[in-house]
Ligand binder design. Structure first.
Ligand code: MSP
Length: 682
């Protein structure tokens, strides 16, 4: 009996002219999260990745190093294998385009398309960019570079074989209209339709043989054009055409790719090739944007983006976390923040910020608080599983979050699943504050303590299920501490069930998974370390002048060089008189809205109600301490008569007051009991 169809998803195969960096890792990580999710749903999954080795730029890179090309590609391909292992990528197959199983299928595809007249011999005269491995028309080139990418082009005249792409424009357009979910996200569909509307032209699918690549069948004077060769990997890995089980994999469910290889290759050339072979098209082609660094695409050749290992080492050194936890933190950041519709700015300081606030504070602290109280009040034993009823508000929210996270993953938006899960984590942390088990304990309300704790224990368990596709290590550590078997990844559906933590379960003592990073120390360390390649990367954690001004009350942004910091303190009289004090107009304000500021990692743009006709704008350096969504509704204290100052294009009207904890985190000062916005503070 033939096996049933598996969920088949792919990453691009990576050029081996350079080592993987966090940008290339992102495509693989997003695919990994989707693969793990589908496995948790009980589906059979086939997750393919690999390396693209026949490119001219690959042989050029080997030549530059004076290495024999095959030895070079073996070495770099292995770097990808090692990096994916390091990042705990759960791929099922790794294909290399220098393997015979791939080369044979390329030859077979070439022959079939040639036999039906879709491939024909001709001459190419035009532009070629080795860096993009792309042929460009005159209209696509300006001043010696490709307009699309800015890459250098060269003029080539050679005998080639063409693929009749022009014959497929109409069929492709019809297919895209008939299958609205084929091109994802929706915004990419219009780009592709516009590209087709410009008129698809036949494309060269071979190049002159200079000694590297797959020879065209029956004509060793040429090698197959690397993109035509590379796309076929998705089919070659299924065993097509000889393996009887190839259709348990094909068609692929998801091809995941970056935006620069979306329109021209994965959304037009590849589907047309498949049409020519009379094969079904993949269900979805999903494109994501780039990680930018300082507004430019992050690339290893520019030296502006770290390798995953570098980023993880940095986190381990800064936090003292285990390598597994640091890897999960990187996975969390890259999957959560990559944009599918636009680009996103990468920085190590945002990684640190997520580590401290979303992982250490929100997720980690929820577990630590829960287990500490269970130990103190109940000897680390779950006394009564049914104690918290399914009517609890946390249980109701857990249901909603489960649905939201599931919808996000089904609609190929994994970052949104994490955002949904954090709603549950925030609510559970709030529930502890509200139910205050310590008060109930003091009052001798044992049943109350048990109920309050069970509610958040379950929230921890459910969170561990929902984060498993993204952070497998942390998910297992949470389950372990909850007294569950860490080696068994729970079925996805168990996140929709309430009350699965059983009576009598013995939990472990809390062991922080994400130890908070002391930002003060980190900043001081970075300020004093000598300039180096790494320094260039971490230097992004130093603030802009605006951030320093706005965050005057928080040392998160301290940047004093070590020499200055070490200088003996000057003895000055820092007392002030009552005249100075009465100059200050302090007021209670209510935060109405809070938003991040693009390109400023430390700053939030708040609007605040100070009891005046209209709300005020305030730029505050608290983005590393507070998530914007947690702020609206909070009452704070502000200096209301500070002269307005223009920052980031906004007049900031005032300054908020915040204390600083030992880790450099800003703690907002809030009124102890209810008082209206605008109330004076004396
Ligand atoms: N070899 C081709 C793909 C052939 S697939 C049949 C290729 N390789 S690549 O190594 O250049 O890129 C692989 C993937 O890494 C792409 O999805 C690309 O978008 C991704 N990234 C490389 N740099 C990136 C960023 N700075 N940001 C996000 N993703 C990036 O293209």
């Amino acid at each position: 009996m033939a096996d049933s169809k598996k969920f088949y998803l792919t990453t691009p195969i990576y050029y081996v002219n350079g080592v993987p960096h966090v940008g290339s890792a992102t495509t693989t990580l997003v695919a990994d999260a989707l693969a793990r999710y589908h496995r948790q749903r009980g589906e059979e999954v086939f997750f393919l990745t690999g390396t693209d080795e026949n490119a001219q730029k690959v042989s050029d890179a080997a030549a530059k190093l004076g290495e024999e090309t095959q030895a070079f590609v073996d070495r770099i391909s292995n770097r990808f294998v090692e990096t994916w292992k390091f990042l705990d990528i759960s791929y099922d197959d790794f294909i290399r385009t220098t393997e015979p199983r791939h080369k044979e299928v390329v030859a077979e595809v070439f022959r079939r398309l040639r036999d039906r007249g879709d491939i024909y011999a001709g001459k190419y005269e035009g532009w070629y960019s080795v860096s993009d491995e792309t042929f460009f028309r005159d209209s696509e080139v300006k001043d010696g570079v490709a307009i699309e990418s800015g890459a250098k082009v060269e003029r080539v005249t050679e005998d080639v074989y063409y693929f009749k792409l022009s014959a497929y424009g109409e069929r492709l357009r019809e297919y895209i209209h008939a299958n609205p979910s084929f091109l994802q996200p929706d915004t990419r569909r219009n780009e592709v339709l516009a590209f087709i509307d410009e008129g698809l032209r036949d494309v060269a699918v071979s190049r002159r043989n200079t000694g590297w690549g797959i020879e065209t069948p029956d004509d060793p004077s040429q090698v197959v054009y690397v993109w035509f060769d590379a796309l076929i990997n998705y089919l070659a890995a299924t065993g097509w055409p000889g393996d009887t089980n190839w259709d348990t994999l094909w068609p692929a469910d998801v091809h995941l790719v970056g935006k620069e290889i979306y329109v021209r290759f994965h959304a037009t050339l590849w589907p047309a090739m498949l049409m020519g072979l009379d094969l079904p098209l993949p269900a979805h082609v999903l494109g994501h944007g780039w990680w930018l660094v300082g507004g430019e695409k992050g690339a290893k050749s520019k030296g502006n983006i770290p390798t995953p290992q570098e980023a993880v080492d940095y986190l381990v050194a800064a936090s003292g976390a285990t390598q597994g936890a640091a890897i999960d933190a990187l996975r969390y950041y890259l999957i959560r923040d990559i944009s599918f519709t636009g680009d996103a700015e990468f920085s190590l300081s945002t990684l640190v910020e997520h580590f401290n606030f979303q992982l250490a504070n929100d997720l980690g602290n929820l577990l630590n608080r829960t287990l500490n109280m269970l130990k103190q009040y109940e000897d680390s034993v779950i006394t009564e599983a049914a104690a918290a009823t399914a009517e609890s508000s946390v249980a109701t929210l857990a249901q909603e979050v489960y649905r939201e996270a599931t919808d996000a993953l089904e609609s190929l938006n994994p970052g949104a699943a994490l955002v949904a899960t954090w709603k549950l984590i925030a609510a559970a942390n709030k529930a502890i504050d509200t139910s205050a088990p310590w008060k109930r304990h003091k009052e001798g309300d044992k049943q109350g303590v048990i109920e309050a704790l069970y509610e958040v224990l379950e929230a921890n368990r459910i969170a561990s299920v929902l984060i498993a596709p993204f952070m497998p290590y942390a998910s297992a550590r949470i389950r372990e501490q909850l007294g569950l078997d860490p080696s068994v990844t729970p079925a996805w559906e168990t996140a929709s069930q309430w009350g699965l933590l059983a009576t009598g379960t013995q939990t472990l003592e809390a062991q922080p998974i994400f130890p908070r990073i002391n930002l003060k120390e980190l900043n001081a360390k970075e300020a004093s370390s000598k300039p180096s390649k790494e320094k260039k990367i971490v230097s992004e954690t130093t603030p802009t002048p605006e951030a320093t001004a706005a965050a005057a009350t928080t040392p998160v942004t301290e940047t004093a060089p070590a020499t200055e910091a070490a200088a003996p303190a000057e003895v000055i009289d820092d007392t002030i008189t009552i005249d100075d004090v009465i100059k200050l107009k302090l007021k209670v304000a209510e935060i109405k809205t809070a938003e991040r500021i693009k390109g400023a990692d430390k700053l939030l743009h708040l609007t605040i109600d100070v009891g005046e006709e209209a709300p005020r704008n305030l730029i505050a350096g608290i983005a590393e301490s507070y998530a914007p969504e947690d702020l609206p509704g909070k009452k704070i204290v502000v200096i209301a008569n500070l002269a307005p100052r223009k920052m980031r294009g906004v007049y900031s009207q005032g300054m908020l007051l915040a204390a600083t904890d030992e880790n450099g985190r800003a703690i907002l000062l809030t009124p102890e009991s209810e008082v209206g916005a605008g109330a004076e503070v004396r």
